[in-house]
Design a binder for this molecule. Structure first.
Ligand code: BDP
Length: 747
């Protein structure tokens, strides 16, 4: 009933809007099928944040009816024009002319070298363009032959495309067309998605259907969806994509597959996106084309050189290789007693003549020798310290076209981790931040967890490298020694109609892209702009949606792994709680290895008396983390093993404090659910219902996490539940008995 009333209200509103619309306009108004004017018309989410819905009449004033380009045409300019046409037509409800001479109010696209004569502000525009580099853009209201026009200018075509998207975004946010003035450039030249997509179209850690890449049908059949993928990425400034899983197969470098990658590259090229491939270290050996995969063997180096030459013949702007080596069973140079730099440099030399790069991942475990030694009773290395141990000594030893790609934290994409110590420890190496957009450890696409706050928290982490302000963002930008890195996000995109499996997961793609462009953006501001474009620029929607998003990730931290706990998830699939697991092949795969809970207390001692990896941080940071009293409570059990009676700043002891966090997490989900219910009148039925069902399931799963973890920690600590605490709904044995053989995303 409420919905029917809401629809009626929306229809009346629309009627009122149309009746104030001048007759001439109404007559020419072309309905745009994909952008229904009724805010409650069902949306399947395909349009993402590029919905271009009709603006209220006042907002349409000064919106151009013509798009004009100066200078030579190009596929990128065509893409920019097409987007402007689509966006303006959607927002005005009127057709938009392309080409012809500029008229008052036109939007004019021009490279700096092709500024039209008759432009009053030529010198000012030239000056403003100078610092904007090859990807930046400028949007200004200027005068052309005495007429006011909107100029989108850039030094290169891709800047014009980015500028067009940025301008359309501002219009969607409700900024008056003649009030938009923008100048922006990215700090990081490398802003890429990493698809963990397999050749059979399964997706490792994918929760949004099959791979978007239909490798089987490529290159013969090229899905038009790839163009929309490119548009969405270009709208954020993402300029590259690694097509396949880091757990790569040798066949990826076969001629057949290269042709498939080339077909995708052809679609993405006009949108400023390059294609990269994940490669398997032992490819030439597995294809039986060399006798070894030793990086110092001349035949191996020659093979990679030939392979690079072959790729560039088909994909002239190929970006380069992403490599997972000596990690989780993947082969690598250590198999031949060579280090990561020796491996990476060999590949880099094959790519260098073509200006390609190697992104070499630092996600590694203890070396095979160390594992052997540990099995024989030697020391087990703390997993949190292993990347640093292997990579830090190699700082300065990588070739110029090698970037080391480091996960945001030292364990593995947990709901919360302190920033990886390598970010403060490799000044002479360009580093790439690797975030995981797909929510492997945060409830898949089922749980609403906005990652903008996680990304922001990591980028703002102050490494204190060199004993000065040095945030992770500054490190990536090369503030220490001029080594400029990049940013990568493990994609959450699949063949689902809505791309990401849930509406709110679209926001994580969006937030990644916006922060890749500008690491200083604010997570809340990003949430708000996403909500305005995705739902409506209406405070009644935007305020509560942004509020839900901003509290969502902390809720997940609380009901899964509060106070610095980590890696308590179910084995393999990582769905649900399993803190009791302690029987896996490697000690450092077991949740029990990480929480170390027992009668004496809980947490991982990473200080001098423990694994001592705290010393991998810069001295100032290490000092802060070394003392529980100065360790932020969100990292407490990450760095310290503390008695259950440890006194927390809240006045409670650790045991009731831990329980309070679990309870708070569940309560927060209940609150998010209730806020969402109040949005029913403002959101279309399809997206509303889908989100409501997911939140209800999230609520049940949060409860399960809370109950299972409390039951387990109570069992190992032997402590009674505090008086006012609700007992877990089921026995510990029940939680331990649950199995999920068909959980998605295992690739
Ligand atoms: C882990 C994932 C695994 C990935 C690995 C990686 O569980 O699927 O292959 O990271 O990043 O988190 O290589």
């Amino acid at each position: 009933m409420q919905r029917i009333l809401a629809r009626l209200y929306a229809a009346l509103l629309l009627g009122a809007m149309l009746s104030t619309f001048p007759a001439a306009h109404a007559a020419t108004a072309a309905p745009i099928a994909s952008t229904p004017a009724d805010p409650l018309a069902d949306s399947d989410g395909y349009d993402l944040w590029l919905r271009y819905r009709p603006l209220p009449v006042a907002g349409r004033a000064h919106l151009p009816a013509a798009v004009v380009t100066a200078g030579a045409d190009s596929p990128t300019l065509q893409a920019a024009r097409a987007e402007l046409q689509r966006g303006l037509a959607g927002m005005t409800g009127k057709p938009v002319a392309i080409g012809g001479g500029a008229r008052a109010g036109s939007v004019v696209l021009a490279r700096g070298a092709d500024l039209p004569s008759g432009l009053a502000e030529t010198n000012a525009v030239r000056d403003a363009l100078r610092p904007l580099g090859s990807e930046g853009y400028l949007v200004r209201r200027v005068h052309l032959n005495g007429m006011p026009v909107t100029l989108i200018a850039a030094n290169a075509d891709v800047g014009l495309l980015y500028g067009s998207f940025a301008w359309l975004r501002q219009l969607q946010l409700g900024t008056a067309a003649d009030g938009v003035a923008l100048a922006s450039r990215p700090q990081l030249p490398l802003r890429v998605l990493n698809h963990w997509d397999n050749l059979d179209r399964t997706v490792e850690r994918g929760y949004a259907g099959e791979s978007i890449w239909n490798f089987w049908e490529l290159p013969g059949v090229v899905d038009p969806r790839y163009t929309d993928y490119a548009r969405a990425n270009a709208s954020l400034g993402i300029n590259g994509t690694v097509l396949n899983n880091v757990n790569a197969k040798a066949e990826v470098l076969s001629a057949d597959f290269i042709a498939k990658a080339a077909a995708v590259a052809d679609v993405l090229r006009p949108y400023g996106m390059r294609v990269y491939l994940s490669v398997r270290w032992s490819t030439p050996l597995e294809l039986k084309e060399t006798k070894t995969a030793d990086p110092l063997d001349p035949d191996v180096a020659a093979w990679w050189k030939r392979k690079a030459d072959e790729i560039y013949k088909t994909i002239p702007d190929f970006g380069g290789f992403l490599v997972k080596a000596n990690s989780e069973g993947q082969p690598g140079p250590q198999d031949y007693h060579r280090n990561h730099a020796e491996g990476a440099n060999m590949l880099a030399r094959a790519l260098a003549p073509h200006h390609g790069i190697v992104m070499w991942r630092a996600f590694v475990y203890a070396s095979p020798d160390e594992v052997k030694a540990a099995k024989a009773g030697g020391p087990v290395h703390d997993r949190a310290g292993q990347a640093y141990e292997q990579f830090q000594p190699l700082d300065g030893k990588f070739d110029d076209n090698v970037l080391v790609q480091v996960k945001n934290g030292a364990i593995d994409f947990q709901p919360r981790e302190p920033a990886h110590p390598l970010f403060g420890a490799m000044p002479k190496t360009p580093l790439v931040m690797e975030f995981q957009i797909t929510k492997e450890y945060l409830g898949y696409a089922m749980h609403l967890a906005y990652l903008g706050t996680l990304f922001e928290e990591t980028l703002r982490f102050d490494t204190r490298a060199g004993n000065r302000d040095m945030t992770v963002a500054q490190v990536l930008e090369g503030a220490q020694a001029g080594k400029v890195g990049g940013i990568a996000g493990v994609a959450n995109i699949g063949s689902s109609r809505n791309w990401t499996g849930s509406t709110f997961d679209q926001a994580n793609w969006y937030a990644f892209g916006r922060l890749a462009w500008d690491q200083r953006l604010d997570a809340r501001a990003i949430a708000r702009e996403w909500a305005m474009q995705t739902f409506a620029p209406d405070a009644r929607v935007v305020d509560p949606v942004a509020d839900i998003m901003m509290r969502s990730r902390e809720a997940v931290v609380d009901y899964m792994t509060p106070l610095g706990l980590h890696h308590l998830m179910g084995t393999g699939h990582h769905h649900g709680p399993a803190p009791w697991v302690n029987n896996l092949e490697r000690a450092d795969w077991n949740p029990a290895y990480y929480h170390r809970a027992g009668p004496d207390g809980i947490g991982f001692d990473r200080g001098a008396k423990g694994s001592d990896v705290i010393k991998q941080y810069a001295p100032e940071v290490a000092r802060r983390f070394a003392d529980p009293a100065t360790t932020p409570s969100e990292f407490l059990l990450w760095f310290h093993h503390l008695p259950w009676t440890y006194k927390m700043p809240s006045g409670r002891t650790l045991w009731p404090e831990l329980i309070a966090h679990y309870d708070r997490g569940v309560d927060e989900v209940a609150a998010m659910e209730a806020s969402w219910q109040r949005l029913r009148p403002f959101v279309d039925a399809r997206r509303f219902d889908d989100t409501a069902r997911r939140l209800a399931q999230q609520h049940r799963e949060a409860q399960w996490w809370r109950d299972a973890c409390i039951a387990y920690f109570q069992h190992v600590s032997g402590l009674p539940l505090p008086a006012d605490v609700r007992a877990p709904a089921q026995s510990l044995q029940y939680y331990e008995s649950l199995r999920f053989p068909y959980a998605p995303g295992r690739g």
